[in-house]
Design a binder for this molecule. Sequence first.
Ligand code: KIV
Length: 279
Amino acid sequence: MGKKTVVDIQRMKREARRITMLTAYEVGFARMIDQAGVDLVLVGDSLGMVALGYGSTVPVTMEEMLHHARAVSRGVEQAVLVGDMPFLSYQIDAREAVANAGRFFKEAGCDAVKLEGGREVIPQVEAIVRAGMPVMGHIGLTPQTAGRLGGFKVQGRDLASARRLVEDARALAEAGVFALVLECVPDQVAAVITETVEVPTIGIGAGPHCDGQVLVTHDLVGLFDRFTPSFVKKYANLAPIVRQALASFIEDVHTGAFPAAEHTFAASEELRSLLLADD
Ligand code: KIV
């Protein structure tokens, strides 16, 4: 299986094949996700909450994103690698957006970048696409500006806000995004957007009618237990297993059960006697 491209992802929509995307922040998970056959790997700015211990995605910097994107890119051979542009790396103006997008390609080996927002980011999307870099859009709940949206809430519940989302989706598709993340959007609104735009929609908390689905990997495997959004399906619950392993290690060290003979490089008693004789 060769390296996938954004063109392959777009073809999947035309062929009605569902698209998968997962987040990764380091090489170990990146390898497992890539080898499992996931279509896109997103170095999400959820990095801030999942791996860096911030309370939101707002403090995440370009340097932090690039550091982790470089690690992830060493583990991705097949999937399309998407770097998430952090807060204020693209909002100021199109020029700065192009320069920062370029860093994901030149310094971290990404195949695309993602940025949040609707019509207000069209100049940035157009400029990045014009410079030759594929862009993924992200509308609905946009965590970098959640405060302005009244918190972490489902977006597009009433007719006026649902219409705004459809218009944003249309405008982003016209501006050249190759795909669109829909976060926390009612299922029927996501269905209309998916039917309206030619580019694939990838949902998170946006129901079953999107062209693909994305989750934060640490949520999917039960490794992030500060909170779990209601739209997450936990396919494993690793946190208790890891905690149990850590407790067992401590107990084994305290009781002397670890290391056992099979974990030990044994030498002869004679060597010990000779060493002691040196004193
Ligand atoms: O940062 C992230 O992980 C994301 C996904 C939730 C889509 O933007």
